[in-house]
Design a protein around this ligand. Structure first.
Ligand SMILES: [Mn+2]
Length: 356
């Protein structure tokens, strides 16, 4: 297991790399280049520069999150083949810089949805929350609410230039149902897999967040059954999953440790996002501290499942709360993710010594 920490780059993240280096047990920065539109090539020099900066701080970048999938690929537009060529060339460039895993998602329009970016918990800390009542309004209302609560940070997948024309985006997806989205996903995977095998880069799709349809948009990465369908597109360790415990657990019917055992057991999950959430009824939830006692997930069972099924990939704390006065990028502050890492490392050591 290698522990990582998501980082948005020196221009975009208030957390210096040296702080990340000081969190015990962290060897990896999960990074990306954020200013290249989906569908375009990541130039080798840009990736080399990012890796050099991270390595100078004593860390590595084996995992990239994300190389985003363009709307043309998801919708199945004619320019998808050019975008796929760029994706393949990006895989080759990432491989030259030592990248082993690409985390990505295949969600139309929104990468993830919360209705409150600064929900206050009883202890005075702040977290991300989801209230299903609030996504029943218009898309514009939800967007406005999220923007107003994001502390001025740009959220991944919520780029204003992309969302400015939200109505035409919805129109572009109007005939994309679950079947068509699945067909387009299969087309993409089958096109890139030979390059992934050749360049030794594993694709790891992130579950939909939350794992249910919203605004009438199709969702096809929601549960174990969906993951099996995706696995069958191309049966290879290079066609795998990011098992995000929080996203999967947002549907209480998903048995997260069982999903970890199944897909890690078949060597299909090179990356885990570990976070906890608390269900508050009626499909609502908020994110919580990582401890099992603060949320609805048993994090001991999560780590035990990973270890007992032979997990030797990368793991990172997913989101953290804002604590100790920090006003970070929502979900991506330093302190609570640091605490999460300390806890996850403790669970990992306890499980490994307990099984001897
Ligand atoms: Mn996640």
């Amino acid at each position: 297991m290698q522990m990582g920490f998501r980082w948005y780059g020196s221009d975009n993240d208030s957390i210096p790399l040296e702080y990340i280096r000081q969190i015990p047990g962290v060897s990896q920065v999960v990074g990306a280049i954020f200013d290249i539109p989906a569908g375009e090539l990541w130039p080798l020099e840009r990736i080399q520069a990012l890796v050099a900066e991270i390595e100078a701080a004593g860390l590595g970048m084996d995992v990239v999150e994300s190389v985003n999938i363009s709307d043309a690929i998801k919708i199945g537009l004619p320019e998808r083949d050019r975008h796929i060529e760029n994706y393949i060339a990006t895989i080759e460039n990432l491989s030259k810089c030592g990248v082993k895993v690409i985390c990505y998602n295949f969600m139309p329009i929104f990468d993830w949805i919360r209705t409150d970016m600064r929900y206050q918990l009883e202890d005075g800390s702040y977290c991300l929350a989801f209230d299903s009542k609030l996504v029943e309004g218009s898309v514009e209302e939800v967007l406005k609410r999220v923007e107003d609560n994001s502390n001025g940070y740009l959220l991944p997948g919520w780029e204003p230039e992309r969302l400015a024309d939200i109505k035409s985006l919805f129109e572009a997806y109007s005939d994309v149902d679950e079947k068509k989205l699945t067909d387009n996903f299969r087309y993409f995977i089958q096109a890139i897999m030979p390059a992934c095998e050749k360049f030794d880069v594993r694709m790891a799709v992130h579950p939909d967040d939350p794992p249910r349809s919203l605004f009438g948009l199709p969702r096809i990465v929601k549960n174990a059954e969906d993951l099996r369908v995706i696995e069958a597109f191309y049966d290879s360790p290079y066609n795998g999953f990011t098992l995000c415990t929080g996203s999967l657990a947002e549907n209480p019917e998903n048995d997260v440790p069982a999903i970890i055992r199944e897909f890690v057991g078949r060597d299909k999950a090179p990356f885990i996002h570990a976070r906890n959430i608390l269900h508050t009824g009626n499909g609502n939830f908020h994110e919580s501290a990582h401890l099992s006692s603060y949320g609805s997930l048993d994090m001991y069972e999560v780590i035990r499942a990973a270890q007992e099924s032979g997990f030797d990939g990368y793991i990172r704390p997913d989101h953290g709360r804002d604590i100790w006065g920090e006003q970070g990028r929502p979900g991506y502050g330093l302190y609570d993710r640091g605490l999460g890492i300390a806890y996850l490392n403790g669970l990992w050591e306890a499980v490994s010594k307990g099984s001897k």
